[in-house]
Ligand binder design. Structure first.
Ligand code: ATP
Length: 296
């Protein structure tokens, strides 16, 4: 019998996953899996739980929670030779990656996607000794995701991110960064820097419109130094995916890049604080088998 383990964050999404867990387990059992679960206890625990699942040769690991839980689980799986297939249950506040995969918002329906058995080999990103699957970023505006207090998330849900974003905009300042790759090299003052594996982050579903999770490339987007009103204009255009023609926007594809700065720049990996520059980014092509809705 195939073994599936659900690693879930009991505090995510106002305890939504904790409440749904019995139904999620039952859905997988009906699909023929022997199931077990692990409730995470705090930072780093989902990664340790994923490493345990690798060691015990589970067939499937399910990350149930928000993007932070998915990020930790990926980091527990990525560097091993044997890697269980990954299922995702969107139970967090924003669920960017689940959205990029076009998973159903309803957790039981997302469990049915895993039960359905259709999966694809997808790319992930490696940066220094860490891994990400959705989007990595740098620049003061990207600090907002890990600076949102969890109390705000409980009270406001996704609005908490917009509130923090507005606060960050007021203090937005450019950072000088040097980006080097085979395809493009620049040394500029940057308002926002993104290395996208998928096309969607936050409410911006077309921020990296050409990003494809299995093409072997990152889509790199940088916004050069602008005034705050111009930055807001570009952000508004990004809602419709119309920001790429702005002269302040640099956009290109590459499988590998090196980023350095003389300033202290924190890296945002899938919404979590993931170390600082300098950083070397590399695509690990089709590195993880991930359950998705079948192609239409
Ligand atoms: N039992 C727990 N109690 C409190 N915090 C936890 C617990 N388990 C994990 N965490 C923390 O929660 C973070 C991840 O939260 P997660 O992304 O799953 O949910 P979220 O914050 O509601 O959603 P989103 O990331 O989409 O905003 C982890 O980085 C970890 O530090």
């Amino acid at each position: 019998m195939k073994k599936a383990r659900i690693i879930y964050n009991p505090s995510a999404g106002r305890e939504a996953v904790r409440k749904a867990l019995p139904d999620l387990l039952e859905r997988l059992e009906r699909a023929g899996y022997e199931t077990s679960s692990h409730a995470t206890t705090g930072e780093g625990d989902a990664q340790r739980a994923a490493e345990y699942a690798v060691k015990r040769k589970f067939d499937v690991v399910v990350a149930a929670g928000g993007d932070g839980t998915v990020y930790e689980v990926i980091n527990g799986l990525a560097e091993h030779q044997y890697r269980p297939a990954l299922g995702i249950i969107p139970g967090g506040t924003t669920n960017d990656f689940a959205r990029a995969l076009q998973l159903p918002k309803d957790m039981e329906e997302a469990a049915s996607v895993i039960a359905g058995g259709y999966k694809k080999p997808l790319d992930i990103g490696k940066v220094n000794q860490k891994y990400f699957i959705n989007i990595a970023g740098g620049g003061t505006i990207t600090e907002l995701t890990y600076e949102v207090p969890s109390k705000w998330k409980t009270m406001l849900g996704q609005l908490a991110y917009y509130a923090k974003g507005l606060e960050k905009l007021v203090f937005l300042k450019p950072t000088r960064m040097k980006v080097e790759s085979k395809e493009m090299t620049f040394d500029e003052e940057i308002m926002l820097f993104l290395v996208a594996n998928s096309h969607s982050v936050g409410g911006l579903k077309k921020i990296a419109p050409d990003a494809d999770l299995s093409d072997g490339y990152f889509d790199v987007l940088a916004v050069k130094k602008t005034s705050i009103p111009d930055f807001i204009k570009i952000a508004t255009q990004a809602l419709r995916g119309e920001h790429l023609k702005d002269p302040s926007v640099i956009y290109f594809q590459t499988a590998e890049l090196q980023v350095t700065s003389e300033e202290s720049v924190q890296l945002n990996l899938d919404g979590e604080l993931g170390g600082t520059l300098p950083a070397r980014f590399r695509v690990l092509h089709k590195h993880l088998q991930i359950f998705t809705p079948p192609d239409k």
